[in-house]
Write a new protein. Structure first.
Length: 126
């Protein structure tokens, strides 16, 4: 019921200047920055903060979508790897979201895929 009442304020992709979620995102970004700054290159601060802000916005949209739906969901985290002899490492940053049951709780014959999986790939330096 809460999400039904919030629907006019929190649309899927609407981060307006007065959006309360932006306050939470900024606070989370500041907290993460304190922890992550010592581990990063200092000349990339703006890029890092911008990337983290985008990830946090995507997480806020995801949280709203997933908790406001009466259906059932699954997450596809496959695709991350660190092969023993390989020089390539990949990690799933954001899973594919799969609707597995409809709004009435009936299992779908063909699950519906929402969004794209975000995977980071990096060459390992040995």
């Amino acid at each position: 019921m809460t999400f039904f009442l919030l629907r006019p304020y929190y649309k899927k992709s609407s981060f307006t200047p007065g959006d309360d979620r932006l306050i939470a995102i900024d606070a989370t970004l500041d907290a993460l920055d304190v922890v992550l700054t010592p581990l990063t290159k200092q000349n990339r601060t703006t890029d890092r903060r911008t990337s983290m802000a985008h990830l946090l916005e995507r997480a806020a949209e995801f949280g709203y979508m997933i908790t406001s739906q009466p259906s059932s969901w699954a997450f596809d985290w496959s695709g991350g790897s660190e092969a023993g002899g390989s020089s390539i490492i990949s990690i799933v940053l954001f899973p594919t979201i799969v609707q597995v049951a409809d709004d009435d709780g009936k299992i779908l014959d063909r699950p519906i895929v929402f969004g794209e999986k975000a995977v980071a790939v990096r060459l390992r330096v040995i």
